[in-house]
Design a protein around this ligand. Structure first.
Ligand code: ATP
Ligand code: MG
Length: 505
């Protein structure tokens, strides 16, 4: 009898495959990084073929290392880096261009023009998003406008679009030979092309970007027994397993953190940070720079919405210390280096590498390190990097309290950066509320597994999932109010120094 659920997590820096049991415990995993292609300042690409090869290798290795086979899996969930855009030929399976990653800012002119032409308000109202380089719509337009032959191919019905969930599912279910061209409501809500109320592609929004409707995948619920097809018997899993869950990574983490009631929130610390607050069946429009997005839709149940604070650069600032500056040799060393000093020594680092996302939405911002004096060392910079992760999260959490009227009483966290004890202590200090991390910190893959398992009755209800959540670690605030206020005021000042840097007209 099949006793496990599998989850593909196709992330920004890596792809992984994880296998969970009924208690939500991990029984196996394999993870492989892929290349970050950086052709010029502001451009970030991935090779979609490499992504599929790595994903397949993860499926095979995780099965091999656990001694399991496809028949042990009751269902498969898929979760993904959101917004990242792939356009490929549905007859050959070949991409027309590299995947344009969510962090990529090449579409800043497209985003600025939308605002200038007065289309911004329509996008905000229908899609719940501000016009920004972040989302898929402008990236699809860029490919249609700049890659030879793609517009004609799209009009013929050969060129199709997908985020990486769609790309992975299409390939797992047969590719050019009958692959399913589908996505889920959470991913679709990140394109600037879906109406949040109808949950369908919107012709007016499509017209803003000149995108032919036939390029787009069919929109499905996030959890459904028959929406996404099954893996091929001849594929990497070596057997047919039904794909019954599909969610963007941040929504998946919200499910993995069992934030099923309105008012429940989580913050995930990966490449960037993403705080999501479940607002129930109510579509809350942000007045404070947050996004309105779909949280999940389970089968025929009503859709659940969320408010989201997206921060582009957090864990990737730590990678930058490692790869570009070379002042640490691994991510965890950011902690030991930062611990060499008592405080930031006056240094603030605003890593606005992709402009500033929530709550500022300023594509004209670029990174700045301010407050330097001769006294400062690498250790201060490491400390300032960890603080930047926490201060950006405070910006977002303030916006959330304003929009929802609910003050945070504890922050549920997950993701790679939460392994950094010092960073999590600073987070509690900067916010003034306790920070809590669950036992299973891979909540993204877990949430995709939950969505898949719910669809086939492996888990009966969200209440059953709640019982799987257990706290592993908690950090309590230690700073006094005065110190907290002073630090935050300086941070705000540092943010101002990054604005109006790039001329985008
Ligand atoms: N001990 C640590 N201290 C600080 N940062 C860390 C630590 N360990 C990992 N990180 C950072 O966490 C990030 C990876 O986290 P995680 O594995 O959750 O991200 P991810 O899910 O792979 O991201 P994505 O889904 O965007 O690919 C990296 O950016 C890395 O720099
Ligand atoms: Mg991830």
């Amino acid at each position: 009898m099949a006793e496990f659920v599998g989850a593909v997590d196709q992330g920004t820096t890596s792809s992984r495959f994880m296998i969970f049991d009924h208690a939500g415990n991990e029984v196996g995993r394999h993870q492989l990084e892929h290349e970050q292609i950086l052709p010029q300042p502001g451009w970030v690409e991935h090779n979609p073929v490499e992504i599929i090869e790595r994903t397949n290798a993860c499926l095979q290795s995780a099965l091999n290392s656990t001694g399991l086979s496809a028949s042990d899996l009751v269902a498969l969930g898929v979760t993904n880096q959101r917004e990242t855009t792939v356009v490929w030929n549905r007859r050959t399976g070949r991409p027309y261009y590299n995947a344009i990653v969510w962090q990529d800012t090449r579409t800043d002119r497209i985003a600025t023009a939308l605002e200038r032409e007065g289309k911004g308000d329509v996008i905000r109202r229908k899609a719940g998003l501000p016009p920004a380089t972040y989302f898929s719509g402008g990236k699809i337009q860029w490919i249609l406008d700049n890659v030879d032959g793609v517009r004609e191919a799209a009009e013929r019905g050969d060129a199709v679009f997908g985020n990486t969930d769609t790309w992975v599912i299409w390939n797992l279910t047969g590719g050019p030979h009958g692959g399913r061209h589908v996505t889920d409501v959470t991913n679709a809500s990140r394109t600037m092309l879906m109406d949040l109320e109808t949950l369908d592609w919107d012709d007016e929004l499509l017209s803003f970007f000149g995108i032919p409707r036939q390029m787009l995948p069919e929109i499905k619920p996030s959890s459904s027994p028959d929406a996404f097809g099954a893996t091929l018997a001849t594929g990497a899993l070596g057997g047919e397993v039904r794909i019954t869950g599909d969610l963007g990574d941040q929504q998946a983490a919200t499910v993995g953190q069992v934030c099923f009631a309105p008012g429940e929130a989580k913050n995930t610390y990966g490449t960037g940070n993403f705080m999501l607050l479940n607002t129930g069946n109510e579509l809350v429009r942000s007045e404070s720079g947050l996004l309105t997005t779909v949280c999940y839709k389970f089968g025929d149940e009503p859709v659940v919405y969320a408010l989201e604070g997206s921060i582009a650069v957090t864990g990737s600032a730590v990678q930058w210390l490692r790869d570009q500056l070379g002042i640490i040799s691994g991510a965890s060393q950011s902690e030991s280096l930062a611990r060499q000093v008592e405080d930031n020594g006056g240094v603030y680092f605003v890593p606005a590498f992709s402009g500033l996302f929530a709550p500022y939405w300023r594509s004209d911002a670029r990174g700045a390190i301010v407050g330097l004096s001769r006294f400062n060392t690498n250790a201060h910079l490491a400390r300032a990097t960890l603080e930047a992760i926490c201060y950006q999260s405070r910006d977002v959490s303030e916006a959330m309290s304003k929009d929802s009227g609910v003050a945070l009483d504890v922050l549920k966290v997950d993701g790679g950066v939460t392994m950094n004890e010092l960073c999590m202590q600073i987070q509690a200090d900067v916010l003034g509320v306790p920070v809590s991390r669950p036992v299973v910190s891979e909540t993204t893959a877990l949430g995709a597994a939950y969505a898949a398992g719910l669809a086939v009755g492996f888990w009966k209800s969200t209440d059953e999932l709640r019982e799987n959540w257990n706290e592993a670690r908690r950090w309590n605030p230690q700073w006094d109010e005065a110190k907290r206020d002073e630090g935050y005021a300086k941070w705000k000042k540092a943010v101002e120094r990054t604005l109006d840097w790039v001329d985008v007209q």
